[in-house]
Design a protein around this ligand. Structure first.
Ligand SMILES: Cc1cc2nc3c(=O)[nH]c(=O)nc-3n(C[C@H](O)[C@H](O)[C@H](O)COP(=O)(O)OP(=O)(O)OC[C@H]3O[C@@H](n4cnc5c(N)ncnc54)[C@H](O)[C@@H]3O)c2cc1C
Length: 427
């Protein structure tokens, strides 16, 4: 670890970032995709397979950004509850969002299977822990509704049943979603990049886009290494969106998420903590997410950034881990890293077209599911295939005087921390 308490993501031990297959931008391309994360590559693959001349550009290397930094929990979460969705959009739209989340999770599993991507994909199931007593009857009714509609065997767990899933005493109840699983994100991304290259797509790394201009029916994409004229442009830069893409930057709130991984604890010790090797989250505004690593020998835990100082943040995450599993008080943290996730102002992912440029972004910290889904839909827009998604139907708004630096975030985080603390106290 460096003296700031950070080092490379655990995933990079087995799947280190790499350069693309092409050295410099061509003068022309049918499709330019900005961003070689899961979104950009999931868009590139069907386009390259359809015979389009596709160029994916990234300012970093393949696997350096969020798609190889995440927790690998394939949640497909949305940050608005069903009740909030119904209030805001009405029942039929809320239903459409819910159904799309189920379809997007299935899409990820199909992509991994059909492309034979070796990435430790497991149907691990995810448990959300509740710190307060829940309205179990209402939640069982909701689980029945979901199970009837989607056949997913969602279960409400009481405190006794929680002990089958976790050694933690922190929770009074839980909800198990067996349709949510886990991946090794680094392996998934590099595997997908291989498929794009095998299909004839060009991936050009360490090449930043500085401007995209519309020129009649085409686009001029300006980069540090020369310009490209393109028929279509897809922007897939999510939390890493910079000043080269000002329209999107004004519409996203980047929020830093941080992760720690313990030393090798051995399979028995990890199984004693999480007997079914599930993925975990917490029913709080700023709860932790955690899981065993794919080899079942370490614990990975993540949460929102606590402090600008990585050492303080790491201490906070470690305290969070010990708060969940007091037995881990003696363990060493071997990995600690961070990365930005991105929220649109309405907290719903987006697939939008502005002045002819297609934007797939705002994945709200749940991109392992939403990125491949919206990437595929973005490609379908160009191919004239089924690009229908509920996330193309809301406007992507900004705020006056907002240019992408979220000055209001520290206050917002304080507010959510306070609400979480009050919720935890009212047990
Ligand atoms: C710490 C952390 C934990 C997370 N945990 C989970 C989880 O457990 N489950 C889950 O579902 N999701 C999780 N996420 C979110 C998930 O990783 C992201 O939503 C997803 O990877 C976004 O994919 P993407 O392809 O859209 O963006 P990214 O993978 O971030 O790729 C965007 C790319 O755009 C490039 N770029 C930006 N600007 C330019 C430019 N001007 N020119 C050229 N290139 C540019 C960047 O270099 C970058 O490579 C987590 C994220 C983080 C950071």
């Amino acid at each position: 670890m460096n003296d700031q308490g950070h080092n490379a993501p655990y995933w990079w031990d087995e799947a280190a970032p790499r350069a693309g297959n092409t050295a410099s931008p061509p003068a022309q391309a049918e499709v330019v995709i900005i961003g070689a994360g899961l979104t950009g590559l999931a868009a590139a693959l069907p386009l390259a397979r359809a015979g389009k001349q596709v160029v994916v550009l990234d300012k970093m290397r393949i696997g350096e950004a969020a798609s190889s930094r995440n927790g690998g929990i394939t949640s497909g979460n949305l940050h608005l509850s069903r009740q909030q969705l119904i209030r805001r959009f009405g029942l039929s739209q809320a239903d459409a969002v819910e159904a799309e989340a189920v379809a997007a999770r299935a899409n990820l599993a199909e992509m991994i299977r059909d492309e034979n991507l070796s990435c430790g994909h497991q149907p691990s199931g995810r448990v959300i822990g509740y710190l307060r007593p829940i309205d179990a009857d209402a939640m069982r009714l909701e689980a029945d509704r979901m199970n009837h509609r989607y056949n997913i065997e969602m279960k409400v767990l009481d405190q006794q049943q929680m002990t089958e899933h976790t050694a933690s005493q922190k929770y009074q109840a839980g909800v198990l979603r067996p349709d949510i699983g886990s991946i090794h994100p680094g392996q998934l991304l590099l595997g997908l990049a291989d498929r794009v290259e095998q299909a004839g797509g060009a991936i050009i790394t360490e090449t930043a886009i500085t401007r995209v201009q519309r020129q009649n029916s085409q686009f001029l994409v300006e980069t540090h290494h020369g310009n490209i004229t393109a028929d279509h442009v897809i922007v897939a830069t999510n939390g890493y969106t910079d000043k080269g893409l000002p329209w999107l930057r004004r519409r996203l709130i980047p929020v830093i998420s941080e992760i720690i991984v313990t030393e090798d604890l051995g399979a028995n010790r990890v199984r004693a903590l999480m007997p079914k090797l599930n993925m975990f989250g917490e029913a709080l505004h700023l709860g932790y997410y955690y899981r065993p690593t794919p080899d079942g020998r370490r614990v990975l835990l993540g949460g929102r950034r606590y402090s600008q100082d990585p050492l303080i943040s790491q201490r906070q995450l470690t305290a969070g881990l010990i708060g969940i599993f007091p037995d881990l008080g003696d363990v060493r943290i071997t990995h600690h890293w961070s990365g930005p996730v991105a929220f649109p102002f309405d907290k719903l992912p987006k697939l939008v077209v502005n002045h002819g440029v297609i934007y797939a972004a705002g994945l709200c910290g749940s991109g392992t599911v939403w990125a491949p889904w919206l990437g595929k839909k973005a490609a379908a827009m160009i191919l004239g295939e089924d690009s229908e998604t509920i996330f193309a139907h809301q406007r992507m708004r900004s705020l006056p005087f907002y240019h992408g630096t979220p000055w209001f975030l520290p206050l917002t985080m304080q507010y959510y921390r306070l609400r979480d603390r009050m919720a935890a106290k009212s047990k």
